[in-house]
Design a binder for this molecule. Structure first.
Ligand SMILES: C[C@H](O)CC(=O)C(=O)O
Ligand code: MN
Length: 341
């Protein structure tokens, strides 16, 4: 029997949550989480390095286990859930996508900075050719005006995307800004619209509900908020809230609560909360995955990680510019030395 779903949830703890464990997921962890998500009725489970396919590198952090091995292992234990992969053109290649599709990944999410959708044309085209459900993922959506977002989403639609997402990578969007963006996309596009939130300003749930009110039907969540920064919209809470609203997700509430408590919570290095640093991410509009890199640099150079993050926000740094974190830290140290002399 096919499950009626009003909203389709993509669980991202095994991809966005990879940032939380510095990309050290093991096969055993992935198998346990994916199996339980599948049994709970989650329709899509994303698995890749936190920065997408082929993200394992000095720049982004090396993975413990090759992501293709993780994808293969997850597919082997899922009966109904489809495995999704994330790919950032320039990090992942066409070949990486082909390998994931050959293993059985059914959905490809092609992620670009919100103003750079044109670099997704080839990858969206290839994903469609490979028979994958294809999503355009417009990151750092707070950093461009609504008209720009619409223009870029239309490009992704024209390349063949089945869905376009508003991605609040920095957890910086306020509810009225989510409303404007989702409603503009709903008016301009023929395809489905999605929303991916981060909880740095404690607004992930509110923003997700606004997105659904405006017609978004694809929603990302992470169990126990296991995602970069303060994490994403908490999946098990979202399932409960949507159930109260009479919106069907097809996900079993008790089962997703149990897996959150018994399987995911023990994997977290610390419970996900809004710390002063993750709050600054949302406040300054900085990519959530810069958190751990900035904390590391702050420790190394003996400065306040908030100062690094605020400066990165001023410079409007985008994903892929992780090397700027150390540059900024060095400049701050130099500036402080000049002031003190
Ligand atoms: C590569 C990023 O971590 C993608 C994402 O989840 C975001 O921009 O948010
Ligand atoms: Mn994210």
């Amino acid at each position: 029997m096919t499950m009626k779903r009003d909203v389709f949830i993509t669980e991202v703890a095994l991809r966005d949550g990879s940032h939380v464990v510095s990309h050290q997921f093991t096969v055993d962890q992935v198998v346990q989480v994916a199996k339980a998500l599948d049994e709970a009725g989650v329709p899509y489970i994303e698995i890749s390095h936190g920065d997408g396919l082929a993200g394992s590198s000095l720049q982004y952090g090396f993975s413990h286990t090759n992501e293709l091995e993780l994808i293969e292992a997850a597919i082997s234990v899922c009966n109904q859930a489809k495995i999704s992969v994330l790919l950032l053109p320039g990090i992942g290649t066409m070949n990486d996508l082909k390998e994931a599709a050959n293993l059985g990944a059914k959905m490809a999410r092609i992620a670009t900075h919100v103003t750079e959708a044109d670099v997704s044309a080839q990858h969206i085209g290839l994903a469609k050719k490979l028979g994958m459900e294809t999503v355009g993922f417009l990151m750092m959506a707070h950093s461009a005006p609504v008209e720009k977002l619409v223009e870029q989403a239309k490009l992704m639609e024209s390349y063949g995307a089945d869905v376009v997402y508003v991605v609040d990578s920095a957890g910086a969007l306020l509810p009225h800004e989510v409303r404007e963006r989702i409603s503009a996309l709903k008016n301009a596009l023929q395809i489905e619209v999605g929303f991916h939130g981060h909880n740095n300003l404690s607004l992930a749930m509110a923003n997700t509900l606004v997105a659904i009110e405006e017609g978004a039907t694809r929603i990302d969540g992470s169990v126990r908020c296991m995602g970069a920064g303060a994490g994403n919209t908490q999946t098990e809470v979202l399932v409960a809230v949507l159930d109260r609203l009479g919106i069907q997700t097809g996900i079993d509430l008790y089962k997703i609560m149990d897996l959150a408590e018994e399987i995911v919570a023990p994997i977290l290095p610390a419970p996900q909360e809004i710390t002063r640093d993750s709050l600054i991410l949302g406040y300054a509009g900085v990519y959530s995955s810069f958190l751990l890199h900035s904390q590391k640099a702050a420790k190394k150079f003996g400065i306040d990680s908030r100062d690094i993050l605020i400066e990165l926000g001023k410079r409007k740094v985008v994903g892929g510019q992780e090397d700027m974190i150390v540059d900024v830290a060095k400049e701050l140290v130099k500036k402080a030395a000049t002031v003190n002399n």
